[in-house]
Design a protein around this ligand. Structure first.
Ligand SMILES: Cc1cc2nc3c(=O)[nH]c(=O)nc-3n(C[C@H](O)[C@H](O)[C@H](O)COP(=O)(O)OP(=O)(O)OC[C@H]3O[C@@H](n4cnc5c(N)ncnc54)[C@H](O)[C@@H]3O)c2cc1C
Length: 477
């Protein structure tokens, strides 16, 4: 008998609960990865992220092989084919257990429930482990037993829950890496078969992002040693290398949040939020990540293209294709917005401060539906993650939980002056403005080969506030 581990967004060997539990059974383990084209299309997975997944699978295959765990890869047309395929795989490899790590968006939960139903009906034990977050959804509740809608209260409860468990250092201790298992008479699929899962035309080169668990741990240690102490001061400046850039790896589960926080706690000698303000602030960002995943489970309507706050559905978003295209292409005439969008298009990543700036600009100044921006981000981000992306967009559009109040609208020019004071970020991504003075670069009056602003920032701001005020007063009536 064998056990199957179905890999999804947990492309690592270390600290992987599903894999560790399967290995604990002390029988043969077969690793499985299933590629589903209709899922990719429906969830708008970015070509650069697909390439990143492909490259990580090649590394994962090798790491698993070192433990005598063969990786077998499959392709299905639609996700409803997955339970039948898993049954077939279980029968072929005489498996009586299936392990996987939980995912929390609605489609993923429904897919996994169906897998559970069909495999259990065929006497295969299905084990769903928690891995994507440190404290599983549903376990952080207020005094009335309800989920939190406000981040700070969630964070406090999260810390209160975890801190007593970590005083002994145990709760955040990553799981021991599985030992080498007795060898199976089964070969892993080849690197070529992994590559064949993905159509070349669906991929965008991700090679400037290195792959593998070893690399990501090196990146984490470099960040902790060289940058974390100044994180709180530097994190908002896009021209400074002040953040970890670990999001693509956290999104694919090449590193777990527990591994990340464990290393930080080693550095701070167990202090969560103490003397090292940078470390406390970084941990706080990882708790934001947890918060948005809990939101998906507590308020699943956000997974169905609905705003968290129902009243905001009444906002009359504009449908202006030209305006949207200008934003997508980085041609809005607002340098910080355009530089950020060009960073996204070139690298698949955008600095957090700028994600907020471009999202507010699209929703509050252009009055374009946040869902269009959310989709565009998913189509281009290497770290595309439904919960963080949906949370970030709804925060920026003031439709979400604990969102920016609708009347607090970032002025992209002031943001640019404050967070890119010398214009270095703009100069890098918009070479056509490189020669402008520091004073002029944030808001060029007449630059050659550069468009005039596509919207009037002041008028559009006033209009958005008025619309929000009106729809909110209707809600109150
Ligand atoms: C409109 C919008 C869309 C976003 N879309 C995504 C997305 O698809 N995927 C994604 O991982 N993040 C998203 N974020 C959150 C954030 O911008 C990125 O996680 C961050 O920029 C990644 O850079 P980093 O790894 O250097 O982060 P660091 O500053 O080093 O933070 C460490 C980690 O904490 C997590 N994190 C940080 N900020 C947030 C946040 N606000 N919400 C949730 N998690 C956070 C990330 O996993 C990040 O890697 C979005 C934010 C906004 C405003």
């Amino acid at each position: 008998m064998t056990a199957i581990v179905w890999f999804r967004h947990d492309l690592r060997v270390a600290d992987n609960p599903a894999l560790a539990k399967a290995c604990d059974l002390k029988k043969g383990v077969v690793a499985v990865y299933i590629h589903c084209q209709s899922w990719i299309t429906k969830h708008q997975i970015a070509p650069i992220q697909l390439d990143f997944i492909r490259r990580h699978l090649v590394v994962l295959r090798q790491s698993l092989l070192e433990k005598n765990i063969p990786l077998k890869v499959y392709s299905v047309k639609k996700s409803s084919d997955i339970p039948k395929l898993l049954l077939k795989i279980a029968s072929e490899y005489q498996a009586d257990h299936l392990f996987f790590n939980a995912e929390y968006p609605v489609d993923e939960i429904e897919r996994d429930l169906e897998v559970n139903r069909q495999l259990s009906a065929n006497s295969i034990q299905v084990k769903r482990c928690h891995d994507r977050v440190i404290i599983p959804p549903g376990m952080i509740l207020n005094g009335q037993g309800e989920p939190y809608k406000v981040f700070t209260a969630f964070k406090n409860k999260w810390l209160q829950t975890i801190m007593p468990l970590t005083s002994t250092g145990q709760a955040m201790q990553p799981l021991p890496t599985p030992k080498k298992l007795p060898s199976l008479t089964l070969e892993p699929d080849t690197e070529e078969s992994i590559n064949k899962l993905f159509k070349k035309t669906d991929l965008k080169d991700s090679s400037h992002w290195q792959v593998g668990e070893k690399i990501v741990h090196k990146k984490l240690m470099q960040f902790i040693d060289n940058h974390i102490t100044d994180y709180k001061t530097n994190r908002d400046f896009p021209a400074i290398d002040g953040t970890s850039s670990l999001s693509p790896y956290l999104a694919l589960g090449v590193i777990s949040p527990r591994q990340a926080i464990h290393q930080v706690l080693q550095f701070t000698h167990g202090e969560w939020d103490g003397k090292n303000a940078g470390a406390g602030c970084w941990i706080s960002e990882l708790i934001w990540r947890e918060f948005y995943q809990h939101i998906l489970v507590s308020f699943p309507h956000v997974c169905k293209r609905q705003p968290m706050q129902a009243y905001t559905e009444a906002f009359p978003w504009r449908s202006d294709k030209n305006l949207f295209s200008a934003w997508c292409e980085g041609k809005t005439g607002i340098p910080i917005v355009d530089a950020a969008m060009r960073q996204l298009l070139a690298t698949g990543w955008m600095h957090n401060r700028l994600r907020m700036v471009v999202a507010m600009f699209l929703t509050k100044n252009c009055q374009i539906d946040w869902r269009m921006g959310e989709t565009f981000f998913m189509q281009h981000l290497i770290d595309g993650d439904f919960s963080a992306n949906n949370g970030g967009w709804q925060w920026s559009a003031s439709t979400g939980t604990d969102a920016a109040p609708y009347f607090r609208i970032f002025n992209p020019i002031s943001q640019s002056e404050k967070f890119d004071p010398n214009g270095n970020f703009i100069r890098y991504w918009l070479p056509e403005l490189a020669d402008l003075s520091t004073k002029e670069i944030h808001c060029p009056k007449s630059a050659k080969n550069y468009p005039a602003p596509v919207v009037d920032l002041s008028e559009s701001r006033k209009s958005t506030i008025a619309i929000f005020a009106a729809i909110q007063s209707n809600k109150v009536k």
